[in-house]
Write a protein that binds this ligand. Structure first.
Ligand code: BES
Ligand code: MN
Ligand code: ZN
Length: 496
C-alpha cells in the first residue's frame, strides 16, 4: 500500500472510493456534507431511508453517486459526536480499512483526518491511520503449507488534509507512522514465529541481517565471551538448554560519537518452560512470546533507522531458552552476577530478571543517557493491569514522566507502579546477597526491585509487558507493543 497526503475537495476526487464519516444519528461530517450538497441531497436521502445510522463499526458503500466523479463513496459510522475520542477515531479507521479490503477499489481517498478530535492534531490522526492501515493487512501465514490467497487490491491511499500548512506536517506524520508500522510488524513476526525456529541463534541472525540493511553495528557474544565477562546469572538460565545463548548488541548512530546513547534492553527468552521450577502445561505454548521484549527492541531499532532519527540508540538482547535440561540450574543454586552481587535462585521460573541483570550491568559501558528494559517479566503484571497497560517502573521521575507522555501520545498505554524501598525487603536471602524472587504479593514490583539493584549508575526505566505483548484466545498473536510507545519516546527525544 502506498500512501500520500493530499489537499483537495471530496466532490472533485476522481478515485475508486471516497471515504467520509457519518456521526450517530445520521449527522454528516463536513466532507460528507459537501458530497451531499454536490449530489443534491443523495446521501442524506439514503440516510433518511434508514440504511445507516452512523453507529461505530458500520459502513455503507454507495456506487455512482450523482455528480460525484469518484466511482464509490463509502460512509463510515463514527458513533456519537460527543463521544468521538481517540478510540472512536481508531475504530473508524480500522472499520474503514476492513471494509475497503472487501471492495474492488484499488485506491481510496480518506476524508477522516479533518474530523475534529479533542487534544489530537492532524499529525496524530495521520500517524494513527498509517499504523492502523498497516495492521489491517498484517498476516502471519508463512508457516502454513498453503497460505490463503487473499491478495489486497487496495494499493493507493490518499489521506486528505484541509489546508496547505497541514501538507508538510502530514507528510512527516505519515513517514513516522509508516516507520512505526514497520517496527510493529518486525516485532509481531518474531513473536509469532514458532519457538523451534525463533531460537537465540535465529534472533542473532535477524539482528545481523538488520545491521546489514540499516548499516548498524552488531556484535554477538557467545557463551565463552559471557563467561569472561562474568555473566553468571545469565549463564545460569542458559545452562538447562541445548540451544546456545547469545548476547546480541546493536548500535544505531544518528549523532556524533560523543552523544550518550539511549540503551534498550529486551528480554529474549525464546521459550520459557520455567526450568526445573517447571510451568504447568496449560497454555505453555504462549511462552514462545517470552522474547517479545527482544522483538520490540528490534522493532524500535527498525523504526528509528527508517526515520534516521538524530540520536544514538543501543539495543541489547540477552537471548536464551529456559529449559529443564540435565545441567539446568536448581532451586537453591547461588550464582555470581556480572556486577559481583550473588543471587540465590529460589525459583528457576524467575529467569527474566537473571538474564536482564547481567545485560543491565553490560549496559554501563555505554555511559548511557537512559536505559529502558522491556520484558514479559511477571504473571503478576497481567493480574494487576490486565492486557490493557504495560507496567512502568523507574528510578528516575523525569524519565518515567517522559515515557508516560510518549505512551499517551502513541495510544500505547502504560501505568506507573511504585518502586519504594519498602518492597526491597522481600528479596532478602539467608545465603546470598539477594534471592531472585520476593513473596507472593506485589510480584511485578519486587521483580523490578531486583533489577533496580543493577541499575544504580544511570537513569533507568522498566516496562513489564507480560499483559500487553500478545493476545491469547481466538486472536492469539503478538501485538507488537510497546513499539509505538518506545518509538514515540525516541521521536520526542530527538525533537524532530
Ligand atoms: N515469562 C514469565 C512471566 C509471564 C507469565 C508472562 C505469564 C506472561 C504470562 C516469567 O519468566 C515468569 O515465569 N515469572 C514468574 C515469576 C515468579 C516465579 C516469581 C511468574 O510471574 O509467575
Ligand atoms: Mn519464567
Ligand atoms: Zn519468562
Amino acid at each position: 500500500m502506498d500512501f500520500a497526503i493530499k489537499l483537495g475537495a471530496p466532490e472533485k476526487s476522481r478515485g475508486a472510493c471516497i471515504v467520509v464519516g457519518i456521526f450517530e444519528s445520521r449527522k454528516l461530517s463536513e466532507p460528507a456534507k459537501i458530497l451531499d450538497d454536490t449530489s443534491k441531497g443523495y446521501i442524506s436521502n439514503i440516510l433518511r431511508q434508514g440504511d445507516m445510522e452512523g453507529k461505530a463499526n458500520t459502513t455503507l458503500l454507495l456506487h455512482n453517486v450523482p455528480d460525484i466523479p469518484a466511482k464509490r463513496v463509502m460512509l463510515v459510522g463514527l458513533g456519537k459526536e460527543k463521544d468521538f475520542n481517540d478510540r472512536a477515531y481508531q475504530l473508524a479507521v480500522s472499520t474503514t480499512f476492513r471494509a475497503l479490503h472487501q471492495t474492488g477499489a484499488a485506491d481510496a481517498a480518506l476524508f477522516l483526518t479533518e474530523i475534529p478530535l479533542k487534544q489530537r492534531n492532524v499529525a496524530w490522526k495521520i500517524t494513527q491511520t498509517a499504523i492502523i492501515a498497516a495492521e489491517s493487512t498484517y498476516r502471519f501465514d508463512r508457516l502454513k503449507s498453503k497460505p490463503e490467497k487473499e491478495h489486497v487490491v487496495l494499493s493507493k491511499v490518499a489521506l486528505y488534509v484541509s489546508d496547505q500548512a497541514s501538507l508538510p506536517i502530514g507528510e512527516k506524520a505519515l513517514q513516522q507512522g509508516l516507520a512505526i508500522a514497520r517496527g510493529i510488524s518486525v516485532a509481531k513476526d518474531l513473536g509469532n514465529l514458532a519457538p523451534n525456529i525463533c531460537t537465540p541463534t535465529y534472533l542473532a541472525e535477524q539482528a545481523t541481517e538488520m545491521a546489514k540493511t540499516y548499516k548498524l553495528k552488531v556484535s554477538i557474544l557467545g557463551q565463552k565471551e559471557m563467561e569472561k565477562l562474568g555473566m553468571g546469572a545469565f549463564l545460569a538460565v542458559a545452562r538447562g538448554s541445548d540451544q546456545p545463548a547469545k548476547l546480541i548488541v546493536l548500535e544505531y548512530r544518528g549523532m556524533a560519537k560523543m552523544d550518550k546513547p539511549i540503551v534498550l534492553v529486551g528480554k529474549g527468552v525464546t521459550f520459557d518452560t520455567g526450568g526445573i521450577s517447571l510451568k504447568p502445561a496449560a497454555e505453555m505454548d504462549e511462552m514462545k512470546f517470552d522474547m517479545s521484549g527482544a522483538g520490540s527492541v528490534l522493532g524500535v531499532l527498525t523504526a528509528v533507522a527508517e526515520m534516521k532519527l538524530p540520536l544514538n540508540v543501543v539495543g541489547i538482547i540477552p537471548a536464551t531458552e529456559n529449559m529443564p535440561g540435565g545441567n539446568a540450574t536448581k532451586p537453591g543454586d547461588v550464582v555470581t552476577s556480572m556486577s559481583g552481587q550473588t543471587i540465590e535462585i529460589l525459583n528457576t521460573d524467575a529467569e527474566g530478571r537473571l538474564i536482564l541483570c547481567d545485560a543491565l550491568t553490560y549496559a554501563e559501558r555505554y555511559k548511557p543517557d537512559a536505559v529502558i528494559d522491556i520484558a514479559t517479566l511477571t504473571g503478576a503484571c497481567v493480574i494487576a493491569l490486565g492486557h490493557v497497560a504495560s507496567g512502568l517502573m523507574s528510578n528516575n521521575d523525569q524519565l518515567a514522566k517522559e515515557l508516560l507522555q510518549a505512551s499517551e501520545l502513541a495510544s500505547d498505554r502504560a501505568w506507573q507502579l511504585p518502586l519504594w524501598s519498602d518492597y526491597q525487603e522481600w528479596l532478602k536471602s539467608n545465603f546470598a546477597d539477594m534471592a531472585n524472587i520476593g513473596g507472593r504479593s506485589a510480584g511485578t514490583i519486587t521483580a523490578a526491585c531486583f533489577l533496580s539493584r543493577f541499575t544504580e549508575k544511570y537513569p533507568w526505566a522498566h516496562l513489564d509487558i507480560a499483559g500487553t505483548a500478545w493476545k491469547n484466545g481466538k486472536e492469539k498473536g503478538s501485538t507488537g507493543r510497546p513499539v509505538p510507545l518506545l518509538t514515540q519516546f525516541l521521536i520526542s527525544r530527538a525533537k524532530v
